[in-house]
Design a protein around this ligand. Structure first.
Ligand SMILES: C[S@@+](CC[C@H](N)C(=O)[O-])C[C@H]1O[C@@H](n2cnc3c(N)ncnc32)[C@H](O)[C@@H]1O
Length: 455
């Protein structure tokens, strides 16, 4: 491929997790994100390596016969969803096959595969959105929404987003119009100048409570009373429980807090899952699909099996959801979580749910696990996307727990971890996928792992 010939046509043959369309060009593997199998596309080379080309999608020249019209008007430009142009059944099929292929490549086999379960709701299912302030094109008007597909700076306003309900989009539109009128500038993530950074909205699906968190730099004092009054006037499906203002002068383009002020109501919302209540604060992890989470946790409970009189470890426990769902049917549950705020909420939640057999420890699993003296009968792992630290896997295996239930949000890191558990004498017995993220490439996978009795 010469210097001028950086654009080329290619047919997409397959999609690898998470959203990598795969084709072939001049004998090399081609990877083009956000394409689907069967499409013929025009692409531009990003990186031309020895045996693979990474390219950017320019145009879909021929659509695949199974493609459908996306429901959302933002779909083609918005970086939030990848697969609205496939039926939900086709999305589920693709994710299931990806997980199986990843496990097979890692030599994880001989398990019972229980398929993929659909999300109870395939639209308006999200309970949290992190919208970004910016502009849709350089020096354009203020926008608030999602990164445009494949772009670094450009932010697309998404007032018709279909994976959240109208309460989210009403709040988004109100906040955007307010700051447009006040001419408050967005924070430029490279120049580190400006004010408005993110708008994080959380809404509990089962109680309707809404928490709004505006994240800004400290470069301008803002009087937000008028905005809060406007938000209070919205006719919600749910109800506004609190409004927070977080100051973030960090250089990274992530939501984090130097200081968080409660400007209205409470600093948390309460969600109800499987008959238990969970107070969720602004910075605690909580599954983003509440109805899907109920199903996910039911699968965990099923894979956990009989737990009467047993001690359970819930490692990477967040606000203690899994621990508390297990507590009524176990002797004792110990949770470990690195975010202190989440651990505080886990403790509060145990009190709220009248559970007195839960212990929650703040810290890194890799370190805190050394201080656990009791031998567990069951270990539940629900790590972040990067998976479980190799040294932690060794320590976890050393407990010799007969059963481990591993909940994973990233099948590639799951496969690596399962390989390590295999080397340490554990066998994968059952696998089930639970789709918590319709129209996106993501999927949860639950695995039952058992100690090989022959070792
Ligand atoms: C996928 S979430 C699971 C949370 C919980 N099980 C739930 O369903 O709500 C992973 C959690 O691991 C925590 N975490 C990340 N790294 C950690 C570490 N090294 N030690 C302990 N917790 C960690 C994150 O803060 C997050 O709450």
């Amino acid at each position: 491929m010469g210097k001028k010939k950086k654009e080329f046509e290619v047919k997409i043959e397959n999609v690898e997790f998470p959203n990598k369309g795969i084709g072939e060009y001049n004998g090399k593997k081609v990877i083009i994100k956000d394409t689907i199998a069967g499409q013929k596309v025009m692409a531009r080379v990003k990186k031309d390596r020895k045996n693979k080309i990474e390219a950017r999608l320019l145009e879909v020249l021929e659509r695949d016969e199974k493609e459908i019209e996306p429901r959302c008007v933002h779909f083609w430009d918005c970086g939030g969803c990848s697969y609205q142009n496939l039926t939900y059944e086709d999305q589920l099929d693709m994710k299931k096959n990806q997980v199986l292929e990843i496990l097979q490549k890692a030599d994880i086999d001989n398990f019972e595969f229980e398929g993929i379960e659909r999300s109870p709701k395939s639209w308006e299912y999200r309970n949290k959105m992190e919208f970004t302030f910016g502009d849709e094109y350089k020096d354009g008007p203020l926008s608030l929404g999602m990164h445009q597909k494949g772009k670094f700076y450009e932010i697309l306003s998404v007032p018709h987003c279909q994976i959240v309900d109208e309460d989210f989009t009403d709040i988004l539109t109100t906040v955007l119009e307010y700051f447009k009128e006040k001419e408050v500038p967005f924070y430029h993530k490279m120049r580190h100048e400006g004010v408005l950074r993110h708008l994080v909205i959380r809404k509990a699906a089962n109680t309707g409570e809404i928490l709004v968190n505006l994240v800004t730099s400290s470069q301008k004092e803002l009087d937000l009373a008028e905005l809060i009054d406007e938000l209070k006037e919205i006719q919600y499906i749910g109800k506004l429980k609190g409004f927070l203002h977080t100051i973030n002068d960090g250089l990274a383009d992530t939501v984090q807090s130097d200081e968080t002020r409660v400007l209205y109501g409470d600093d948390y919302i309460t969600e109800e899952l499987l008959g238990l209540s969970f107070n969720i604060s602004a910075f605690s992890f909580f599954q983003t699909n509440s109805l899907g989470a109920e199903r996910l946790y039911e699968i965990v409970r099923e894979y956990a099996g009989e737990t009467d009189n047993k001690t359970v470890f819930d490692l990477y426990c967040g606000t203690g959801t899994i621990a508390q769902i297990m507590a009524p049917v176990a002797k004792k549950v110990v949770g470990i979580e690195i975010v202190e705020e989440a651990v505080e909420k886990a403790k509060d939640n145990a009190v709220l749910n009248d559970l007195n057999n839960c212990e929650f420890i703040a810290g890194d699993v890799l370190v805190e696990i050394d201080n656990l003296k009791e031998a567990p009968d069951l270990i539940i792992l629900d790590p972040p996307r990067s998976g479980v630290h190799t040294k932690a896997i060794k320590k976890i295996a050393d407990f010799n727990s007969p059963r481990i239930v591993y909940v994973s949000c990233k099948p590639t890191s799951l496969a690596e971890d399962l390989q390590e558990f295999k080397e340490l004498g554990y066998e994968v017995k059952k696998v089930k996928c639970m789709d918590m993220f319709p129209h996106t490439p993501h999927v949860e996978t639950v695995c039952l792992i058992e100690k090989n009795r022959l070792i």
